[in-house]
Design a protein around this ligand. Sequence first.
Ligand code: HEM
Length: 332
Amino acid sequence: MAWKETYSGGSAEAEEIEFRGFADDMLRLQVKQREIAGVTALDRAFHAKSLLAVDNAELHFRPDLPADLVTGFVQPDRKYPAIVRFSNGEGRVDRDDEPDVRGIAVRVKVSDHEEHDFLATNFPVSHARNARQFVRIALAATEPTKAAQAMGLVKLSFQEGPFEVLRMVKNAKQARRKIDSIALESYWSRGALRWGPTLAVRFTISPIEAAPVAGSFANDRDALSKEAAARLAKGPIRFQLSIQRYVDDTKTPIEDTSIAWELASTPNVPVATLTIPQQDITSPEAGEKVRVINAMSFTPWNTTDEFRPLGNLNRSRKMAYHASVALRNTKM
Ligand code: HEM
């Protein structure tokens, strides 16, 4: 079956007007976070704290790529330089040993004119079916007190229905976990994207060697970045990039990011290896690179039309990331 997109409000134009409102809501959320944190500089609206950021990674496509996946920059045995940033999901810089979602952003540099960003988080599905749910629950969660957050959820129950709110809260609870190492997690795109002229896929980035945790950093607010540093001092970190193909709208929906694409319906097909080489990331030079990478903006829309993101939640990200970047580091 061929995939298709369905626009909220019936047309791309109607949906874009709705998304403009959501982008404004995200800006309000960013400003609110700044007020709560009592700081004057603004960071990313989400994924503010970097856990590892390097500019010398490599993405190597497999020599035995299935023929239908060979398209554009995806060519057998081709290697590309990549920038990688791991992060905590929160919009404020917090302790690493708290429950949270973790993210990975990979920028694959094909040429001076072509690059592809892959963004993923360490839970297979989004709590939100669509952008509207995503923004509404984010606003409720960013209220400054527990009481205000509870009121926000009550309001949300009227807007989305109590069962939807329960589903989202349960999902968010499962997704926000304490973890031991960013190198031992799998990261899912959650949303779909095009893969060449005909295919739609979701992707997963998962560890290749599941070596034990490198060192003990209990009760350390920077536990995950220190663990990653200790690991990289000893050897490379390697991940596999896999894709799942779209099958049909029931098993592999494009518009609803809360539904998992089950492996029984569409198995993972390994396509590339992402290697972060062994290195010392505690040096002043490495620290300077982290500052440069943190100032960059990764977005799933930094790609070509052949690999563009699909689905309601993904379409809304075009404006939301742009707005977040524009507001970053403005003075109050
Ligand atoms: C499909 C589910 C999603 C995934 C897998 C995802 C993943 C990520 C990741 C990994 C980052 C960190 C990027 C970096 O290191 O710079 C990020 C940042 C961000 N995300 Fe998402 N995200 C998702 C959905 C959304 C949605 C629906 C919105 C809003 C409508 C959103 C808004 C943002 C914003 C504003 C940033 C910060 C952008 C910046 O200032 O650079 N995300 N996301």
